[in-house]
Design a binder for this molecule. Structure first.
Ligand SMILES: Nc1nc(=O)c2c([nH]1)NC[C@@H]1CN(c3ccc(C(=O)N[C@@H](CCC(=O)O)C(=O)O)cc3)C=[N+]21
Length: 291
């Protein structure tokens, strides 16, 4: 028996089509959704990601603007750029590509992005709203995973979800979103003792470790749903996940591949959030004019 492979590329395409329709409707009302991407320095991986984000925007009619800053840019100058984007009406989403150079305080930078334009969902206000179940932008990767589960017809309520990894941008918010859908959630991490004893209890396993092929069949309960959030490069610079796909595929009921699983969903939800932000600004505009 082998697992159903959850096709993130296909599900992402389907969602992008509906986002594209919303872009067209916004344009009919005179608004073009706009995303500003700030890239600091010359990190080749970051350059590739940013290019992909811009291409994806262009493909569905979202305006995207790249702000390239040199590696040595001062923190204050970066903060000024963000403050100026916060007030620009044509910009509905602001994304600061991570990681940032060491001399810049990442927390401070993220906290400067207006929560109303924080389409990454990384700011403390956005995270607080998410945990309280309030209206906010959800972080794109965990949001994308929720969509993968939904489109694949996987029930969450009452299921035991085990998260491996507790990063601010994936593990932590992932557990919160699953909790909101009534999963029983266990967080595990690098200090967890006897990891397999936890992961083997998972109906839904989220691997967000950052180590290639870390999750093997010994970690998996037969019939589990396995979501691989890992993006690692092997010796030949090939993209591989945190899950040993060939092995785990034999025991899981569903599994996401790398590439073609969670990755394409991350960008899809960024587009989704940007369009959502533009729609919101339009409706607020209308209501203020009616006052
Ligand atoms: N502020 C910020 N927001 C981010 O969302 C953010 C970031 N910084 N820094 C870096 C990570 C990484 N990330 C990915 C997005 C898409 C793919 C993706 O589409 N991957 C494809 C393959 C791409 C390839 O082949 O290189 C896939 O998995 O199928 C991967 C990784 C967003 N990140």
């Amino acid at each position: 028996m082998s697992a159903v492979i959850i096709n993130g590329k296909e599900i992402g395409q389907e969602i992008r089509k509906s986002v594209e329709k919303r872009v067209a409707e916004l344009k009919e009302q005179g608004v073009t959704p706009g995303l500003a991407v700030i890239l600091v320095g010359e990190n080749p991986a970051s350059q590739t990601y940013v290019r992909n984000k811009q291409k994806s925007c262009e493909a569905i009619g979202i305006y995207s603007e790249l702000i390239k800053l040199p590696e040595e840019v001062s923190e204050e100058e970066l903060l000024d750029q963000i403050r100026s984007l916060n007030t620009r009406e044509s910009i509905h989403g602001i994304l600061v590509q991570l990681p940032l150079p060491k001399h810049i305080d990442e927390d401070k930078v993220i906290a400067t992005i207006s929560p109303e334009k924080d389409v990454d969902g990384f700011s403390p206000i956005s995270v607080g709203r998410m945990i309280l179940g309030q209206e906010t932008f959800l972080p794109c990767t965990p949001f994308g995973v929720m969509k993968l589960l939904e489109y694949s017809g996987i029930d969450i309520a009452g299921k035991h979800a085990v998260i491996v990894g507790r990063s601010h941008i994936v593990g932590k918010p992932m557990g919160q979103l699953l909790l909101q859908k009534d999963a029983t959630v266990t967080y595990t991490h690098s200090k967890t003792k006897d990891l397999p004893s936890f992961t083997r209890q998972a109906d839904i396993l989220i691997a967000a470790v950052g180590q290639p092929n870390f999750i093997t069949k010994e970690h998996i309960k037969p019939g589990a749903v396995v979501i691989d959030v890992g993006i690692n490069r092997d010796d030949n610079n090939k993209l591989i996940g945190d899950v040993h796909f060939a092995e785990v595929e034999q025991v899981a009921s569903h599994i996401t591949p790398v590439p073609g699983g969670v990755g394409p969903m991350t960008i899809t939800m960024l587009l989704f959030n940007t369009v959502q932000s533009a729609e919101k600004s339009l409706s607020q505009d209308k209501s203020s004019k009616n006052m």
